[in-house]
Ligand binder design. Structure first.
Ligand code: ZN
Length: 271
């Protein structure tokens, strides 16, 4: 699932490719926008906001997209073969004379007035990739519900925007905190935020999302269920965290991350 750094990079590439140029084609393949035509309008910019993308076009309109689990924007030169998936997964095509931008599997795709962007992103907490990131406000929001599990609080984009399941698990490992620890009992919530922000900043210019700095292992615990902890050798465990349908698999090292936790899920064939 794309996290804030991936969305930032997608926004940058869309911005570099389309901004300043006039749309020569707009093809929306979702019912609610089927008759929309943006041809002739100049693209102004694409900006990331947390995990949301805002593509602003002339005439006070914003195309709002969100990649969720597996949506993606692909850029191709005109005439080049599209490689993002089968044709029926295409939700939108925006073309200029220089580029085709193709949105695949986009679970959120809507057009709104630019001045009403607040309706779709106004609820977000401080954005970790915003140069003016308000750390104190992010920490204040996280601590606003001190009984909530830190693993859930970090994923709540209204607390702070940009962290997904991977950076959550990794930051809690480095912070030596069990994901099930109530936020109010975490010694230094700000330190966990700082670690996540540092990674997002470091990884935003490319699609690799390493947290270890070690080319042999991209991650400390994420995706490493059943393998030995890179620090202590203890088996990395996983369990579901949160209430369905928003529950997520959470990985942790029981030794490096002491604190409350449920029974781990173990499958002998799990890799
Ligand atoms: Zn460990």
């Amino acid at each position: 699932m794309p996290e804030g750094d991936t969305v930032w990079l997608v926004a940058k590439r869309l911005d570099d490719a389309l901004s300043g140029d006039v749309l020569t084609r707009s093809d929306f393949r979702v019912p609610q926008l089927a008759t929309t035509d943006l041809v002739g309008r100049r693209v102004l910019e694409t900006r990331p906001r947390g995990k949301h993308l805002l593509t602003r076009v002339e005439g006070g309109l914003t195309l709002h997209t969100h990649l969720r689990m597996d949506g993606m924007w692909h850029l191709h030169r005109p005439g080049a073969r599209w490689t993002g998936g089968p044709d029926w997964q295409v939700r939108v095509v925006l073309s200029t004379s220089e580029w085709d931008a193709i949105g695949y599997r986009m679970p959120v795709l809507e057009l709104l007035e630019t001045e009403r962007e607040g309706d779709v992103v106004g609820h977000l907490g401080p954005d970790l990739l915003d140069p003016a990131f308000d750390r104190d406000e992010a920490v204040r929001r996280l601590l606003g519900d001190p009984a909530r599990e830190i693993g859930q609080a970090l994923l709540d984009q209204s607390n702070l925007a940009g962290i997904g399941n991977m950076y959550k698990a990794e930051a809690l490992f480095v912070g030596k905190v069990s994901p099930w620890t109530p936020v109010g009992e975490v010694g230094d919530v700000g330190a966990v935020v700082d670690v996540a922000r540092r990674w997002l900043e470091r990884n935003k210019e490319h699609f690799s999302q390493s947290t270890t700095g070690d080319p042999r292992h991209d991650h400390w615990v994420y995706g490493r269920a059943g393998k030995p902890c890179l620090r202590c050798g203890t088996r990395i465990e996983t369990a579901q965290q949160g209430d369905p349908p928003y529950d997520r698999v959470t990985a942790w090292c029981p030794r490096c991350q002491p604190g409350p936790h449920p029974e781990p899920v173990r499958r002998s064939q799990r890799r």
